[in-house]
Design a protein around this ligand. Structure first.
Ligand SMILES: [Zn+2]
Length: 267
């Protein structure tokens, strides 16, 4: 780095680390290199690196866990204000709001996505193959978070609404706090996640916002759910067998359209 003064070096180091996070090179949930390595990469002293890490931690992008290393917590700086605001609400209320954000993002993504968005979503969907579940929250230190919530984050990118994306990042940060961590679970299997993501991606690709909404509704109902002390799932929305049947039928209709489009593309 061509920085000369101490404060230039500090600024350049901060920008370097921040860029690693915002570009996804250091994914959410992943551990960043240790201090001596970063000092080597940036060509500055370890104290300058430490200061930059501390400042990114203060805005919620990094978290240092003693004895375990420093983890990426969020790809965007999140507001402490939002986090404090959310402490007043129950987990049920937060998850319900989170569903609303995901569904609106899917709808907006179908309307505003570019070819680059589709390419990025396709890459993320391929990378997630083999994950045992949708790594949507990317808990720091989880073994399964190598790909963090990239697919979901990219849906928000495609939606082109910065407020939706910022609120989503803030909500996820809130859910990652230790008090909530033990009360949340992923109920979808890896295979279900792949199928759900394929449906969301297909609808966004076809710019069909109606299918995008339905596909996302179906997915977010089981990507993160609340569990009780006996590890039993508390369903986000109680549905009768008849209602579930209608949802399944709508989903089958979309799968039918998808299969027909695939068959046509092969002709
Ligand atoms: Zn997902």
């Amino acid at each position: 780095m061509a920085a000369t003064t101490g404060s230039d070096r500090a600024r350049a180091t901060l920008a370097y680390l921040r860029r690693k996070i915002t570009t996804g090179e250091w994914p959410v949930g992943g551990r960043i290199p240790i201090e001596p390595e970063l000092a080597e990469q940036t060509g500055v002293g370890r104290s300058t690196v430490r200061e930059a890490v501390r400042s990114l931690a203060s805005i919620g992008m990094l978290e240092t866990l003693p004895g375990r290393g420093t983890f990426v917590r969020s790809a965007a700086p999140t507001s402490t204000l939002l986090n404090e605001f959310l402490t007043d609400f129950t987990l049920e209320e937060i998850l319900s709001y989170r569903r609303a954000l995901e569904i609106e993002a899917a709808q907006q993504a179908a309307l505003h996505r570019t070819d680059e968005d589709i390419a990025a979503l396709e890459r993320a969907a391929i990378e997630e193959v083999g994950c045992t579940r949708c790594p949507v929250l990317g808990f720091a230190g989880d073994v399964d978070t190598a790909f963090d919530s990239r697919f979901h984050r990219l849906v928000f990118d495609a939606a082109k609404n910065r407020l939706l994306a910022a609120l989503y990042a803030g909500i996820n940060d809130r859910l990652r706090t230790p008090e909530h961590r033990g009360r949340l679970a992923n109920v979808a299997t890896g295979a279900e996640m792949e199928r759900d993501h394929a449906r969301v991606l297909d609808a966004i690709r076809r710019q069909d916002f109606i299918d995008a909404v339905h596909a996302m509704v179906n997915h977010v109902d089981h990507d993160v759910v609340i569990v009780n002390d006996q590890h039993e799932v508390i369903p986000p929305l109680a549905r009768t067998p008849e209602q579930q049947q209608r949802i399944n039928e709508a989903q089958m209709a979309q799968d039918h359209v998808l299969a027909r489009a695939e068959a046509q593309s092969r002709l």
